[in-house]
Design a binder for this molecule. Structure first.
Ligand SMILES: Cc1cc2nc3c(=O)[nH]c(=O)nc-3n(C[C@H](O)[C@H](O)[C@H](O)COP(=O)(O)OP(=O)(O)OC[C@H]3O[C@@H](n4cnc5c(N)ncnc54)[C@H](O)[C@@H]3O)c2cc1C
Length: 393
């Protein structure tokens, strides 16, 4: 990095030229692309807003979390999980894998550097990336801030009146903090289901709000992960036929979920995932707690009161706490300026597998809605593409 000091609007700005790409974000995607670049002989610089790598996993996930997909689908390029890891590694095992991955490839992000703006300078033909105290310049910018950068907090009528705690799942750690409490869990995706299950196991009383339709699939079918089966079938059969098969097996093994208040969408699970990014819930035990009545399914909330909630079906209940399992969103529109490459929701406009490359040396990794498998594919593509340019410099 070459440094100089510039004045702008009377304020001094530390400005550095970065040899190689600037990567924004030190999650699995940022680490994977830095490692792939290194394998191709290209240096890079990672700027990370938090104080650790994989901060989503270290700071914003609950204790009991395990990978949703089998480990072979969650490995990053050039380094496998240790053999003694189970099929579904725990969050702590995944973090230790990430730490050894960074060590193995000597990837050393700069921490506490939240990128506030990044913009292509058309006159100078390079990217200007700004943090609160510095400017970094490079020919290449790699966006690795993730599909889950910020929590989604919905506007629910009356929520500001509620006297108890209201938290998002990103700060939920364990159900032990909610023992004997009546807890309203808003949302029924993977997080809503798993948090409700964790609450149950810690003797809390969860009420899960299911406003929309949802596909629930068993995590495994015939002892094989549903994800593996789906990937294999998609090689041979049309998508709609695969969806029919998944729903047939799901109905056979889980029973009719509609009777439990969990309506299935009209579109099949994989078709829906491809069209909207909405992931089917992979059941890890919540459904049996719903069947036994330990997790109570509620229709949409009409209004939150000082002590509880009024529901669409006219019921009214008291609660001690509210947990918002309402998901995450990309933060790219907040800091990346003037590219036209992203939608207003911060996802690349070009769909997978071609969303990794924009114009003027802009790249994205980890925005495929395909988890870590998509990350690996993007990282390899980006490193190959930049390495070609690097060689002829
Ligand atoms: C509960 C949960 C379970 C999951 N389980 C799986 C699974 O089993 N398998 C799977 O494949 N995927 C899973 N995922 C998806 C998950 O998003 C990916 O596994 C993975 O974390 C994505 O990596 P990423 O690097 O793209 O994004 P992230 O892990 O979100 O990392 C992005 C990084 O960018 C940083 N950042 C954001 N904005 C800025 C900024 N302006 N400046 C500087 N730094 C910034 C963040 O602090 C963060 O460290 C799960 C997600 C969640 C929430």
């Amino acid at each position: 990095m070459d440094s100089s000091c510039k004045e702008e609007n009377g304020n001094p700005v530390n400005s550095s030229w970065v040899h190689g790409p600037i990567i924004v974000g030190a999650g699995p995607s940022g680490l994977a692309v830095a490692a792939c670049l290194k394998q191709n002989g290209v240096p890079s610089l990672i700027l990370e807003r938090s104080q650790c790598i994989a901060s989503l996993w270290q700071e914003r996930t609950y204790d009991r979390l395990k990978l949703h997909l089998p480990k072979q689908f969650c490995e990053l390029p050039f380094l496998s999980f240790p053999e003694n890891f189970p099929k579904y590694p725990t969050k702590h095992q995944f973090i230790s894998y990430m730490e050894s991955y960074a060590r193995h490839f000597s990837v050393e992000p700069i921490f506490k550097k939240a990128v506030e703006t990044a913009e292509f300078d058309h006159v100078m033909q390079f990217w200007r990336v700004r943090t609160h105290d510095s400017e970094y310049c490079s020919r290449w910018l790699i966006v690795a801030t993730g599909e889950n950068a910020d929590s989604v907090i919905p506007a629910i009528q009356g929520i500001e009146k509620f006297r108890g705690p209201v938290i998002h799942t990103s700060v939920y750690k364990s159900g032990s903090e909610f023992k004997n409490q009546r807890v309203l869990v808003v949302g029924c995706g993977n997080s809503g289901m798993e948090v409700s299950l964790d609450l149950c196991r810690n003797n809390a009383i969860p009420y899960m709000v299911v406003r929309n339709s949802v596909h629930i699939l068993p995590r495994e079918m015939f002892g094989i992960s549903t994800f593996s089966i789906t990937m294999e079938l998609l090689k041979w059969l049309p998508l709609r036929l695969v969806d029919k098969f998944l729903l047939l097996v799901a109905n056979f093994t889980l029973g009719n979920t509609e009777r439990l208040g969990l309506r299935r969408p009209k579109t099949g699970p994989i078709e829906l995932k491809n069209a909207t990014g909405k992931t089917p819930v992979l059941d890890v035990g919540a459904l049996s707690q719903i069947k036994s009545g330990k997790i109570k399914v509620m229709e949409g909330v009409r209004e939150i009161t000082e002590t509880g909630a009024k529901f669409m079906d006219g019921q009214e209940k008291e609660f001690d706490s509210i947990i918002l399992a309402t998901g995450y969103k990309s933060n790219v529109p907040i800091w990346l300026k003037g590219t036209g490459f992203f939608t207003k929701d911060g996802m690349p406009k070009t769909p997978f597998p071609n969303g990794w490359k924009g114009g003027n040396g802009l790249y994205t990794v980890g925005f495929t809605r395909r988890g870590l498998l998509g990350t690996s594919s993007d990282a390899i593509n980006i490193a190959g593409d930049i390495a070609e340019q690097w060689r002829i410099l």
